[in-house]
Ligand binder design. Structure first.
Ligand code: NAP
Length: 553
């Protein structure tokens, strides 16, 4: 630990409202942060851009939106009464149930009164002299706080590609993550949908059922596995609830914070081609989505092993899709399976057997412009009444860089991250003291189960704040050297995996001009927790703690 002793006078209290902590975002992590920090008797204010709670599950209300992790796991663990009393109707909950759950939690724990809704944070400025953060919102709030917990979401900043002519489109258009609350009707309409990631797949499947005609504009096909979703049987729920404590404990110890009671079969190459197919067929039929990728131990470590699994999935697509040309276009061939977030679907490939659904290849014939009446590619023109952008997010860093954050010496976070989004332990950026990031770059965030991961990160930040207060420190920062060490540790681990072989949002490749860098800590949550714990137990090694002069004088 390095300590410094700089002036930390308080700012004038007669000015803006003051708080101990500002939490940005009332998604699942933000709600838990409010709950947890309030228990420390801190004054906490939460700013939320939307008019309701739920974050991702508030914004992404497009048709078909559904989680891809079982709800018995993808839910809060902090309160046993909550997890015992809440009932999930299906294995994988739709958006409405997740939003309902977030609202229930906000009400049950009385969190709502501390949340300022319709208040998008558009400025975070560190005042070095006062040792305080100034937080401003688009609607004019101004709060001065000691700490920031940025729970602003890894998949929050909408990516709207710069399509020429988008503003000229005379029909209705929506990005899937800004979907209107009012029901959108597709009946009798010519609908265009751009993007075939997890969102595009779910929306296509649902919209294809009722659209007059649906054109799906695909640049890169996705690997998708059957979700095998169904109503949650009462005995399954009962069993989970009886063993919740043990299962949560087990989940908290593994790399993805998931409950993974499935057999792994060793290397793909331990088996003959016939045996592999038999094992994969069984897994395809029985394993819920993501568990399928864990069938063999080397799927994510060896290109050759990965190709066996990828080709099995392509075989499934060719079986399902009747038109062989369409099937071939839907087969992903340019990146290993699992190196972009694997999708889960409920009849996506079957949708292309419908007469009212057309797949358009915009890899060979890119989109050139949106016209007042539709969309033009280098090969043709499509008349549309409704256009849907399922084009994803400026992931992991976007919600932070779009907040206009300046730290010590007025350094802008965007400038600091111009070459790569470095930080230490995924929590803290050097020169931006007292700002804790949840699910930011450098954390396992999106590669683990995010509700439980968020709870753990919030707990860590809350414990640090408590520790600082107890020991008379005013601020915590980290160093460039610590950041570089963390970046090297992350890069070394990522280099051993296949993730570098895909142009994914994990590496920022989906956003023009974004630095290409594997942003996620890939060592697993178990190892991540150990590393964070080590740094604290070694006296906050890699951090700089500054004494509160008023308390030591
Ligand atoms: P995404 O995975 O980034 O997919 C965006 C899609 O838009 C891609 O197919 C991309 O093509 C396409 N695209 C972007 N710009 C384009 C352009 N200029 N022209 C043509 N196509 C363009 O975004 P997402 O589907 O919203 O998913 C993001 C993440 O959210 C997922 O990976 C997942 O982690 C999460 N999510 C989860 C669920 C779930 O739990 N079930 C559901 C939805 C989302 P390229 O691939 O060629 O760039």
């Amino acid at each position: 630990m390095t300590t410094a002793s700089t002036a930390t006078e308080t700012s004038a209290t007669s000015g803006p409202e003051t708080a101990d902590v500002v939490v940005v975002g009332a998604g699942f992590s933000g709600l838990y942060a409010l709950y947890r920090l309030r228990k420390l008797n801190l004054k906490v204010v939460c700013f939320e851009a939307g008019d309701g709670v739920g974050g991702t599950w508030y914004w992404n209300r497009y048709p078909g939106a559904r989680v891809d992790i079982e709800s018995m796991q993808y839910s809060y663990s902090f309160d046993d009464d909550l997890q015992q009393e809440w009932r999930w109707p299906e294995y994988f909950s739709p958006q409405a149930d997740l939003e309902g759950y977030a609202n229930h939690v906000a009400d049950r724990f009385g969190l709502r009164e501390q949340i300022r809704f319709n208040a998008r944070v558009n400025r975070l400025r560190w005042d070095e002299q006062a040792g305080r953060w100034h937080v401003s919102t688009e609607r004019g709030d101004h709060v001065v706080a000691r700490y920031i917990v940025a729970a602003s979401g890894a998949l929050d900043a909408t990516n709207i590609p710069d399509f020429p002519g988008l503003d000229s489109f005379r029909g209705e258009w929506h990005h899937t993550s800004q979907w209107p609350k009012e029901k959108v009707s597709f009946a009798g309409k010519r609908v265009g949908l751009i993007g075939t990631g997890s969102t595009g797949l779910q929306a296509t499947t649902e919209i294809g059922k009722t659209a007059g005609h649906l054109y799906v504009f695909q640049r890169t096909p996705a690997y998708s596995l059957p979700a095998n979703n169904r109503p949650l049987p009462a005995d399954y729920e009962r069993e989970w609830k009886e063993h919740y404590a043990d299962r949560r404990a087990e989940m908290s110890r593994n790399f993805a914070l998931g409950y993974l009671p499935v057999q792994q079969y060793g290397s793909v190459f331990d088996y003959s081609p016939e045996e592999r197919t038999r094992i994969l067929e069984q897994a395809w039929a029985q394993r819920n989505g993501l568990l399928f990728l864990r069938t063999f131990t080397d799927t994510m470590m060896s290109l050759e092993a990965n190709e066996v699994v990828a080709e099995f999935i392509r075989g499934k697509i060719r079986e399902i899709v009747k038109d062989p040309e369409v099937a071939e276009l839907l087969c992903p061939k340019t990146y290993p399976v699992g190196t972009k977030r694997i999708c889960m679907d409920t009849g996506y490939f079957e949708t292309f057997n419908r007469p009212n659904v057309t797949l358009v290849d915009v890899r060979s014939n890119p989109i050139t412009e949106i016209t007042p009446t539709g969309l033009r590619t280098t090969a043709g023109e499509y008349d549309l009444d409704l256009l849907i952008l399922a084009t994803g997010f400026d992931a992991v860093t976007g919600s932070l860089t779009r907040m206009n954050v300046t730290g010590v010496g007025g350094t802008d976070l965007r400038e600091k991250w111009a070459e790569r989004p470095t930080n230490f332990l995924g929590f803290m950026v050097a020169g931006f003291p007292n700002l804790f990031m949840i699910h930011g770059p450098g954390s396992p965030g999106v590669l683990a189960q995010m509700i439980t991961g968020g709870e753990w990160q919030v707990d860590w930040a809350a414990d640090v704040i408590q520790d600082l207060d107890r020991n008379g420190y005013a601020s915590i920062d980290t160093t460039d050297a610590a950041e570089q060490g963390w970046a090297a540790e992350m890069a070394e681990m990522a280099a051993k995996t296949l993730y570098q072989h895909a142009n994914s949002w994990y590496v920022g490749a989906n956003i023009p001009g974004k630095p290409r860098y594997f942003m996620i800590y890939i060592g697993g949550f178990d190892q991540y927790k150990r590393r964070c714990g080590e740094q604290v137990s070694k006296g906050y090694e890699g951090f700089v703690l500054t004494k509160d002069k008023r308390r030591t004088a």
